[in-house]
Structures are given as C-alpha cells and as structure tokens.
Design a binder for this molecule. Structure first.
Ligand code: CU
Ligand code: CU
Length: 521
C-alpha cells in the first residue's frame, strides 16, 4: 500500500508539471521502471524522515481558521482541506472532530466536525467587526455538525447534521466503538445526542438526546451554586412531532452566551459569563464511550462528574463523581416519566472537571479535576456493572497547584502501558505533554515547553509515535510535536496550520478506533 500511495502522489505531481492527463500512461510506465526507484521525490533526507513516521492520515481542525485539513505523514504533504465559510457558514470555528475507520484512508474516509460560532469568536480580544456587521446573526451562530467525506482527492461536505436533525451541538464529537454512529455534546446548552451513521447519500438521524440541568441547594449565592451541592437532573429530549426535528440549531438552547474556555468555569460562579441560565449549568460538553460498546459517559464539567448511560436501553445507570474526598459512585433515580427525568444528588462539588476517557482495554476511566483541585481521578472500570466502578487513585504532580499548569487532554499508548496527558499553561506560556505509567499512575516523563495550547494527542497505531498538537489558536505558534511511544524520546516538530482543538489519525478498523476519538478526549 505504501509504495502505491507514494507512486500515486508522484504521478499526480508529475502530471501537474507535465500539464495534463494525456501523459498519464507515459508517466506510469516511467514510474514502473526500477530506475525510477518507485519512491518519487521522497528519496532525500527530508523524504526519509517523513517516510519513517509511516503512512498515516493526520486530520486536524483549524478552529479560528475556519476549516480542517489532513496531512499525509508519510510524505509531508497536505492531502486535502475544506473551509466551511465557502458553504455559507459565516463564522465557522472548526472545533472538534472524529473520523470513522476506513480500511485505506488514502482512498477515502468520513469524519464528523463540530463548529462553534456566535459570540465564541468575540472572547479573544480581536478588534473584529464581525458582530457589528451582523455576520453572527443568522448563519454565523455556529453549532453545526458537518459530515465530510474525503474521496481520495478532495474533501466534500456531505451533510450538516445540525440542519438535518435540528440538533446543533458545537463541542466534542466522539465515534461509537463499533463505528456505527457518534455522540456530540455542547456545554453551552448542556445537551448531548447520539446519532446513527447513514450511507454516504443518506441523512443522519438522532437516536437519543439528553439535557443535564443543575438545581442548586443554595439558590441565593451564585458563587455557592455548585460548591454547596445540589441535584443533577437528566431529561430525555424528544423532537417536535410535526417536524420530526429538534429546535436546537444555532444559539437556541444556550444557557451561557459563550463557551467556558478551559479552566474558565469560575467565570460562571463569579457572574462574568452571562446568559439565559448560568445557575442551571452542568457543563455537559462531551460524551466518551467505554470500549465494550454499551456504556457511554456524559461528561459534566461543573460538578466534575460522569453520568453513565446504557446505550442498549438508553437508561442512565449511575454517576461517577471525581473530586478527591467525594463519593466515587452516586446512585441515580428516575423521578418522572413525562418526560423521562432522572436525578442524582450531590452533597457538594469540591471542584470542576473536564476532559475524560476510558482506557482502550476498558479497565480504567479518568477525568480531570480542575481549579479547586488539580489532579486526575482514576477509576477501576473492569466490573461489568458500572455501579461497581470504583475511584482508586489520583494522578498528581507537585507543579499542579492553583489553576495552572493543569492536566487537559489524554490518550493511551497502543500497548496500554502508558497514558499521555497534555498539560495546559495559559498563553503565551508554552504547554507540556506528560507520560503516566498506567500500573502506578505516576508521571514518568515530561516534555515541557512544547508550544502554546497543547490540545489532544494522537498515537500512531503501529505503537511508534505520539503526536502532540499545539494550537496557538489565538494567532500564536502552532504545529505538532512528535515523540516515541515506547522509549519516550523527542522526534521533533512538523508545521500544522490552524488553531487546533483536536486532532485524529484516521483509524483503519474498529481496533484502531479505540485509540482514536472514541474512548478519550
Ligand atoms: Cu471539553
Ligand atoms: Cu475546545
């Protein structure tokens, strides 16, 4: 496969130079002669360096850049790209993405890309006229869910799932372990939904949707809304009968006017993040899947909790509570049938939480405890019954004190022996990537000073490399830092344009998918 691909790329380059398809046959015969070497232009030292990384298609969104591109790591070329403003989206903040497995990503693959929009573009201090010119009003509200197909040559927008279903969710998108659908969520609306995967020419359907609402014990003091505990209410959402659609496109359903950026939960309880209903906020911005393909975890930032849902019955099972000193597994009780509503009682919320994930072997779950605590809770999730999942330890670092530096995203090595964690420092400082031993849950290696805003990591599925993207999404330095998965040696940097909040190496099968955007964020 590798040789064919580099040959095909070489043919395309030669075609471009020679000026047309007429010379195709001639070029192909040249390519097939041994004298040509069969390796196109990749014979030099730079070519060898790229080839050593292996033939991986690396897909990365560009956040404020407004699109997404993918790189052929084996040749160092951009394979294809897409920019959503070309399709009439007037503020496409290309946010998170996930790719379905494809046996040969170079020939084609499908991915899901959420976008933000609306006031989310206004929070970085840009001297922009985008709002005053009315561009955010109708088609710039964001919360689109684009389905894109790379056909071996270009990226093609095949569906805006938000438009088809009325379900506009702008944050994490995560593929099911069987590759037959995905979950999306949005922390401004506290809504998550599960979607099927239709054929390329068909439209997506919502399988199930939930909203998480917070009912605080202390209803007077905003700064004690979460700290003094309360009730998490999970409500099943249904589409309108007449239209068959949800009414949650664009900014509809937003409780807060823009997203809580990482470690910005305190802006809500200090009254500095306005909106319709900050007091009812749970911060439900993601779903991750247990590899067993039955249980999914709804990630709730404000109470630092993960509500476990059974996707075979669409019933919630229990709720993992992450802070140190809090009970690890809380019961959930059904309180109404119309609509279906469940409640979880929280004595208190000692800290907020964020990114989370299951190990691809299903034995552990981890979630970041942020701000008031600055650690990662680790659960044993090996029991078949989630109600028996237990909090066993915390990953800590003497430097993780105060708000920053703070553990952010995570993923696991192919052999499961290590967990990789990005550690965020506020801009313009550079962020880090650290390695945790999954037997002892101790940090065994740190790569510090990588670049601004280290986001998610991707692992090459041959077990060789870790790709740590750094986003610099506020017009700063951006790229990907690479280190080895086994010996933990730095390999170097590659350019990668955009303000990434995510990245993924397109998996080739459901086994590789488990180490992709499926089990972790
Ligand atoms: Cu998030
Ligand atoms: Cu983000």
């Amino acid at each position: 496969m590798a040789t064919q691909i580099s040959r095909r790329n070489a043919i395309q380059s030669l075609l471009a130079m020679a000026g047309g398809a007429a010379v195709y046959e001639g070029v192909r015969s040249v390519m097939n002669t041994p004298a040509f070497g069969g390796q196109s232009f990749n014979a030099g030292t730079l070519g060898q360096a790229h080839a050593a990384l292996g033939n991986w298609v690396y897909l990365t969104p560009q956040k404020l850049g407004g699109g997404t591109h993918c790189c052929d790591m084996g040749t160092g070329k951009t394979l294809a790209w897409i920019s959503y403003w070309n399709y009439g989206d007037t503020c496409p903040i290309s946010h998170h993405l996930a790719a379905y497995p494809s046996p040969d990503p170079y020939k084609g693959f499908e991915f899901i890309n959420s976008t933000q929009g609306g006031k989310n573009v206004m929070i970085y201090g840009l001297p922009t006229r985008i709002q005053s010119r009315g561009i955010l009003d109708r088609y710039g509200q964001g919360n689109n869910i684009y389905r894109v197909y790379f056909d071996g040559q270009s990226m093609n927008l095949i569906e805006n799932v938000a438009e088809t279903t009325g379900m506009g969710l702008g944050v994490h998108t995560v593929i099911f372990p069987d590759g037959k659908g995905f979950a999306g969520a949005d922390g401004q609306k506290d809504v998550c939904a599960f979607f099927d995967r239709p054929g390329l020419t068909e439209k997506t359907k919502v399988q199930m949707a939930f909203r998480g609402d917070w009912v605080p014990n202390n209803k007077n003091d905003l700064d004690k809304t979460w700290m003094e505990g309360g009730t998490l209410r999970l409500v099943r959402l249904s589409p309108a009968t007449e239209t068959g659609k949800f009414e949650l496109e664009g900014t509809r359903g937003n409780k807060i006017d823009w997203e809580m950026v990482p470690m910005a939960e305190h802006l809500v309880w200090t009254g500095r993040l306005p909106g319709e209903d900050p007091r009812g906020l749970t911060g439900l911005d993601a779903v991750v899947h247990h590899p067993g393909n039955r249980y999914s975890a709804l990630i709730l930032r404000m109470p630092s909790a993960a509500l476990i849902v059974d996707r075979t019955t669409w019933e919630p099972v229990c709720c993992l509570h992450n802070p140190e000193g809090s009970p690890g597994n809380l019961p959930i009780k059904k309180v109404s049938n119309s609509p279906d509503t469940w409640e979880v009682r929280f004595e208190d919320c000692k800290c907020v939480g964020h990114e989370a994930g299951f190990s691809p072997d299903g034995k552990n779950f981890t979630m970041m405890n942020n701000i008031q605590q600055n650690n990662m809770a680790v659960f044993d999730t090996s029991d078949a019954d989630p109600r028996k999942w237990k909090k066993i330890t915390w990953v800590k670092d003497p430097k993780w004190v105060g708000d920053y530096p703070s553990p952010f995203h995570l993923c696991f090595s192919m052999d499961g022996s290590k967990m990789f964690v990005s550690v965020l420092s506020p801009k313009p400082a550079n962020s880090a990537s650290v390695v945790v031993d999954t037997k002892t849950w101790q940090i065994i290696k740190k790569f510090e000073n990588i670049g601004p805003d280290c986001q998610t990591m991707a692992v090459t599925y041959d077990g060789k490399y870790v790709l740590q993207i750094f986003s610099g999404f506020q017009r700063l330095s951006t790229g990907v830092f690479i280190y080895t998965q086994d010996t933990l040696e730095p390999v170097g940097y590659l350019p990668n344009f955009g303000g990434h909040h995510d990245c993924v190496i397109v998996p080739r099968d459901t086994r590789e998918l488990l180490n992709s955007r499926c089990t972790t964020l």
